[in-house]
Design a protein around this ligand. Structure first.
Ligand SMILES: Cc1cc2nc3c(=O)[nH]c(=O)nc-3n(C[C@H](O)[C@H](O)[C@H](O)COP(=O)(O)OP(=O)(O)OC[C@H]3O[C@@H](n4cnc5c(N)ncnc54)[C@H](O)[C@@H]3O)c2cc1C
Ligand code: SF4
Length: 372
């Protein structure tokens, strides 16, 4: 690839899997990743980072953590006299009883869309359109990653190569469009992710069978196939929004969230560029039978929702300040994807975690100074 494209770099995916656990990981009850790629079912070894494997056990060790399972946050309580949030209303999923919990500061991290929902549902005389919603922008500028473009191909050769275990990651190519200057007839860009597998392995997926014969069959690898996909930034826009339903409620009596988002011409131009460039790169790499397609999936049917409670300096055009505090309710922090003003083309969760760590540190310091 390097000889054809100076600006395109293939990087093996770096996952939060423990390849060389340190003492701190053992202390958290975690162990080395077994490289079997069953991560999507949850990992009994704590082999990959998650709240369940890492931060919750670590927080539990302090003796100050209380987990309240089977609970749905209905809304945040705002005290008009104190002019601050004082707690949350929580519904027990079994009894449907509502309980109020009180706190000095509140972090809302229900993942982007539900964070929007909780804030929109937190109405009061001061905030009739949702908590902190003086700008009227709560729920707007929701964005997502565009995954519509896909490419498949065959790769001949390497038939005598065997591999053992499964690497729970793919390869990535960071965005190479509009990086230093605007150079395309579309805005922003896309990351490329790709992987290769042998048909024997793929045929095993979802097939019935067990035991030595079945394993032998699976370890008889077929030809190599390549799969390539895009992860493109969508430009946040006012029209892409979420709002509360006026008549439909969930089983706990909370209004359902209506998601009103669509692609733009820009998204389609980005996809077209990926389909052309991806096919060209695979061709130059020696792939055969290259097939590019738009799978026409609905927008947002994916995994990286962002926006709706955007950060910004100006309270007229944003909801959160630089510390992820609501401009008008300083003891409420929003640090998940809802805070994002753009999606970038990278995987976003480490940014959410960094924002959270920074805001949590700020909150602690402010509490020590009695500013919160
Ligand atoms: C299949 C898949 C693959 C992904 N791969 C990647 C990747 O490779 N890289 C990457 O960066 N990101 C990836 N993501 C995205 C990543 O998982 C999310 O960005 C991340 O989990 C968001 O963290 P969060 O804490 O904001 O939300 P979550 O992890 O979703 O946690 C929110 C929690 O809030 C709870 N909750 C919601 N509403 C309420 C309520 N009203 N009351 C009480 N509790 C509530 C939920 O039950 C949940 O436990 C992937 C997502 C999926 C689904
Ligand atoms: S491959 Fe995934 S499920 Fe298996 S040990 Fe590693 S992290 Fe856990």
């Amino acid at each position: 690839m390097a000889e054809h494209y100076k600006d395109r770099h293939v990087i093996i995916g770096r996952c939060a899997h423990l390849t060389e656990p340190k003492q701190i990981h053992y202390d958290q009850g975690r162990a080395q990743c077994q490289a079997r790629h069953l991560c999507y079912r949850g990992c009994p070894y704590g082999g990959y980072f998650s709240s369940n494997s890492s931060t919750i056990p670590w927080a539990a060790k302090t003796g100050k953590l209380t987990l309240r399972p089977d609970s749905v946050v209905h809304s945040i309580i705002y005290d008009e006299i104190k002019q601050r949030a004082t707690g949350v209303r929580v519904i027990d999923t079994h009894t449907k009883q509502m309980t109020e919990y009180y706190a000095r500061i509140i972090f809302v991290n229900a993942a982007c869309l539900n964070t929007n929902l909780v804030l929109l549902n937190s109405t009061s005389r001061r905030f009739p359109k949702g908590l902190g919603n003086d700008s009227g922008l709560l729920g707007h500028y929701v964005a997502f990653h565009n995954y519509r473009g896909n490419i498949v191909a065959d790769y001949e050769g390497f038939d005598d190569g065997y591999y053992y275990g499964r690497r729970p990651t793919t390869a990535f190519m960071p965005n190479f469009r509009n990086v230093r200057k605007q150079e395309m007839d579309f805005q922003r860009g896309y990351m490329v992710a790709f992987s290769a597998a042998r048909s024997g392995w793929q045929q095993g997926t979802g097939q019935e069978g067990f035991g030595a014969d079945f394993k032998d069959k699976l370890s008889n690898p077929g030809a190599w196939h390549v799969f390539m996909m895009m992860q493109a930034e969508t430009v946040p826009r006012y029209e892409n929004h979420v709002r509360l339903s006026s008549d439909q409620k969930d089983p706990w009596g909370i209004p359902q969230l209506i998601t009103a988002i669509d692609y733009t011409d820009n998204d389609l131009k980005v996809m077209q560029d990926f389909l052309e460039q991806g096919a060209e790169m695979l061709d130059k790499s020696g792939c055969k039978h290259i097939k590019s397609y738009d799978d026409h999936r609905n927008p947002g049917l994916d995994i990286h929702e962002m926006g709706g409670v955007r950060m910004g300096r100006d309270p007229k055009t944003s909801l959160l300040n630089a510390h992820n505090q609501l401009h008008s309710v300083k003891n409420v922090f929003i640090t998940d994807g809802a805070a994002m003003t753009s999606t970038g083309s990278q995987n976003p969760s480490i940014t959410f975690m960094a924002l959270t760590a920074r805001a949590a540190n700020f909150a602690v310091e402010e509490m020590k100074k009695r500013n919160l």
